[in-house]
Design a binder for this molecule. Sequence first.
Ligand SMILES: [Zn+2]
Length: 340
Amino acid sequence: MNPFLHEKYSRQILFAGIGEPGQQRLLASGAVIVGCGAIGAAAANQLTRAGVGKLRIIDRDFVEPSNLQRQTLFDEADALAALPKAIAAERKLRSINSSVSVEGIVADLSPSNAADLLAQFDLILDGTDNFETRFLINDFSVQNGKPWIYAAAVASYGLTMTIRPGATPCLACLMETQQQGLEQTCDTIGVLGPIVNLIASLEVAEALKLLAGRTEALHDRLISCDIWSGHFQSVRIPRNPHCRVCARREFAYLHGEAQPHITMCGRDSVQIHDRTRVLDLALLRNRLSPTVSDVRHNEFLLRFRVPPYEMTVFSDGRAILKGTKDPAVARSLYARYIGA
Ligand SMILES: [Zn+2]
């Protein structure tokens, strides 16, 4: 290693778990972060400083003022310019560590682009805000034997688990047997900066072990924390021998079968139909009322405004979004307000 790089990463090299061989492997490795919200931005920041050789950031959103409370990579100028997060992140990360090859991609990860965007990297990190994308990553990971790290946070609570196909349970082992879905989202019940940065730190520590070739140090546990109550948990999750993904190898999300069906309806509207979901509209109304405007509700539908959009949600999980023709925008709004 040249003296300049040795000095730059000297404190990490001194750490016994990494050492010079570990740092060499980090420098030669590549990671892709899907979603650059609070967790993705914090993970990108740490991986860039740690000297991962190649980093790709994929994100479909723009920086907004409400992001700045917790998304540590962005500033007021980014929000004023409504810069795509992937672009703002790429600029900031390059100024943090010019030795790292950073690439921001403005895109919505989908079954059609997943292989192109993910295949060439050693590790995939979860920075997404919805389970549709997480299950797509999980399908791709298991199909291709590529590790990924699940990470999520809402309010003061977060959790993370490292998934290594063949060695650990997968996300479907965890979620599809326990019927637990994260109904609430950061856009409806809020989120604190400390929990996203804590979860991102746990995620990056696992990433450093994997990329430095120290797999024996991985804890192979689901870690969950609530920084408000002080409740921390570390649980070993069993593999599901009948798992849809890692046992039966049915990659429904990768094949697009489980994607919400999106169709154009009218001149400036999009319809999303999530076939897997039945909604309790009264509960949804109570949850959304503090954060959206003009909420109207009857036994068939719930309608509300998120300017410039109007969203109408039906109890069978269907939603119509007025004000956009863009399926990616519709999918993003659905994930934010209805859940995924
Ligand atoms: Zn599984």
